[in-house]
Design a protein around this ligand. Structure first.
Ligand code: BES
Ligand code: MN
Ligand code: MN
Length: 456
């Protein structure tokens, strides 16, 4: 498809500058301070869909941030692809660790640096531009619907209702998502698994007020220390999670599947050097690829309590808190894991404290079959543009909507994402390769063509 490449070459600068304009809007969904910016980012992308040629473009209000919808139905008899992505981003903190300000995008060494450059504004924008190109060249081979949400990074609380109330509008044959990554730019891959999530906050209360740590210390349970012990006891010496029943529903891969998964190119030495650690740590008996792909986890995300200001204060605190995330794999269920954790946490709490468990959001794990028409359409598209067939891999992250789409709409998703682990998503200095951005704009039309052709 020489004309695709030609169109991209001709318009590449404009594509990039439009994306950079969008990245200037700090669409942080978790922080209400940015509410207007989130709305502005929705409006921006809705306008771009309209300009590109989408019909019925709508900014659909929800109880939280709006969802942007648009469609192009060229013939109701043809197949319909629903493209999902998110325009909200993670907070940029700690801002002082950014080499250039997070909302003043800069291209350095062939990479666009900005919060959301890769996750997921850059990847959503590839879809808008691929769509524009197909429209301009009059080559759209199927119907397309776009649904771009604004609450993915804070748990998609209102998405379930939206999907349930808009089943007809969202009716499609398959879902295409670019919100994951490649193994490397010369090792194309497609994520065929996502982990689920249970996110929980706990509160441990000891004495009814902060105490003098000399007058009372040694005689009263310290909630911070109790919390630390309760949490560290939740993993044994093999880094196996000790919550009773935690592994009951875990789908174990057989030896052949594990061997296949471990063929994913991976260099442990490079991994350690990159992270600045002398050694890795994880569940005994599993490789790093398995630990992040097919095994569940229990991780502290934050812990606080007591005095953390300047200098010292001799205090035995009344309260301690922690945020905990557990990544889940097929066939674990988020609600069940949250319940198992809650029961166990309450049961192991000693009498010197009381505990409260506040569940946050959750999501279910997902697996994508590699023998489907849609997977093959994506694999063939990438084979065309990279010159190598992509390998199936398991992503460690979560996109809760994917399992929800399957449950509510009966649709499978194909995860054709073009980020890299080294793109620093959620971290300071997030970036996205210009190569990746343009490569996917080139690949997406091939997906539509392959899918439309094969699914006829
Ligand atoms: N795009 C990521 C998920 C992802 C990244 C999947 C890389 C696979 C590879 C997404 O935006 C994300 O960050 N999801 C959150 C979940 C959400 C409920 C906050 C996550 O995984 O922590
Ligand atoms: Mn994302
Ligand atoms: Mn994210």
């Amino acid at each position: 498809m020489e004309n695709i490449k030609e169109y991209i070459n001709k318009n590449e600068q404009r594509f990039l500058s439009e994306l950079m304009e969008w990245l200037r809007i700090p669409s942080v969904s978790a922080d209400s301070k940015y509410k207007d910016d989130v709305a502005r980012a929705a409006k921006f992308i809705a306008e771009k869909f309209t300009i590109a040629g989408a019909d019925k473009v709508e900014i659909c209000p929800t109880e939280g941030h709006p969802i942007v919808y648009g469609e192009k139905i060229i013939d109701p008899k043809l197949k319909t692809v629903l493209v999902y992505g998110h325009y909200d981003v993670q907070p940029a903190d700690p801002v002082e660790l950014w080499e250039s300000p997070p909302y003043e995008p800069q291209i350095r060494d062939g990479k666009i640096f900005a919060r959301g450059a890769c996750d997921d504004k850059g990847q959503v924008y590839m879809h808008v531009k691929a769509f524009e190109m197909m429209m301009q060249m009059n080559q759209l081979p199927c119907n397309i619907k776009f649904m771009i949400e604004g609450e993915e990074e804070c748990g998609s609380a209102n998405l379930g209702t939206f999907v349930k109330n808009n089943k007809e509008k969202l009716k499609a044959d398959v879902i295409l998502i670019s919100d994951t990554g490649l193994v490397a730019n010369d090792i194309p891959s497609i994520d065929v698994g996502l982990r689920g999530l249970s996110y929980i906050e706990v509160e441990v209360t000891g004495p009814n007020r902060d105490l003098h740590s000399g007058v009372y210390g040694g005689a009263v349970g310290n909630p911070i220390q109790i919390l630390c012990k309760m949490i560290t006891d939740m993993k044994d010496e093999n880094n196996h999670i000790t919550i009773p029943g935690f592994y009951d529903d875990v789908l174990e891969l057989n030896d052949a599947e594990r061997t296949e998964l471990n063929k994913t190119p991976f260099d442990l030495e490079e991994y350690k050097t990159d992270l600045g650690v002398k050694d890795v740590l994880g569940e005994k008996g599993f490789t790093t690829i398995e630990r992040t792909g097919i095994r569940p986890t229990f991780e502290l995300n934050g812990i606080w309590g007591g005095y953390i200001g300047e200098g010292s204060k001799t205090v035995l605190p009344s309260k301690a808190f922690a945020k905990i995330s557990m990544r889940l794999v097929p066939n674990q269920k988020s609600d069940k894991i949250t319940e198992l954790f809650t029961k166990y946490f309450e049961a192991v709490a000693p009498d010197c404290v009381t505990v409260k468990v506040h569940p946050h959001h959750g999501g279910e794990p997902y697996v994508c079959p590699t023998d489907s028409v849609a997977y093959n359409a994506a694999a063939k598209a990438m084979e065309t543009t990279f010159g190598i067939r992509p390998i199936p891999t398991r992503g460690g992250g979560s996109i809760p909507i994917v399992a929800l789409f399957e449950r509510e709409l009966g649709l499978k998703s194909v995860l054709m994402g073009f980020g890299l682990d080294s793109d620093l998503i959620h971290s300071p200095n997030e970036h996205f390769g210009v190569f990746n951005f343009l490569k996917e704009i080139e690949t997406i039309p091939h997906f539509y063509m392959n899918y439309a052709e094969a699914a006829k």
